[in-house]
Ligand binder design. Sequence first.
Ligand code: SF4
Length: 278
Amino acid sequence: MKEVVVADPTGFCFGVKRAIDEIVRALSEKEDVWSIGMPIHNAQEVARLSAMGLKVAKEAGDIPDGAKVVVRAHGIARAVFAELRNRGAQVIDMTCPFVRRAQVHAAELSSQGFHVVLLGDARHPEIRSIMGCVDGTIEVVADVDEAKQLSRRPRMALISQTTQQEERLVAVAAVLVRKAEELHVCNTVCRATLDRQNAVRSLAGKVDGLVVVGGRDSANTSKLRDIAKTNGMDVVWIEKIDEMDRRWLEGKNRIGIAAGASTPQWLITEVCNTIARS
Ligand code: SF4
């Protein structure tokens, strides 16, 4: 038997829970419900929703005219909204308010003439949704090294993907302040992300190892693993309990469990119960 210590808070954040609850509610009306892209970066939860009838389209063009479409927490570009509305879609907008805040900052500062620099992963849907709200010039940087490569501009605005580490935002701001006469920094890192990251830090030195539970595509889950490593913890990252290497558990008594903001409670409970019994 192992002692299991669950990070607090962990798992679904406010924005993801809100979007998933709305999808489940819409599905209960027995109409087709569509999502553009995976509604959440968790394959097991998407499989559960698909079994209930959710249809996942690769892009808006794949969705039939007039369909009911739930916009996921990452949001979508303005042009995609316009296309859906023009085609008579019933759009249920579940863009997380914190992502919306980043979109609004980017759009407003761009319209004031700032060159927008987004800190984040250029392939991530949230970054694409923010880029899709900007009419002026915009670039994405992943880290300090990429920020150093940017050209000088008179006016720059730095905005962060909500799941970034605050330390990285501060480090990139320190680089950009030497590249612009005027730099506007928006701290759009989400509190839910910070709280989950701090919960992992607080387990350092208190557990023999940490199991991070979450989807392979989940940016915030990956950050939890990185933070655990940085804090000297012995960490493994699994999507579901079947992936757990039992040999890793040998000789460990207290096991910490942390989960990304897109990991449903039922998966966390499965992991906790199985490890506690081992
Ligand atoms: S992590 Fe934050 S910004 Fe992203 S969906 Fe959750 S609450 Fe919203």
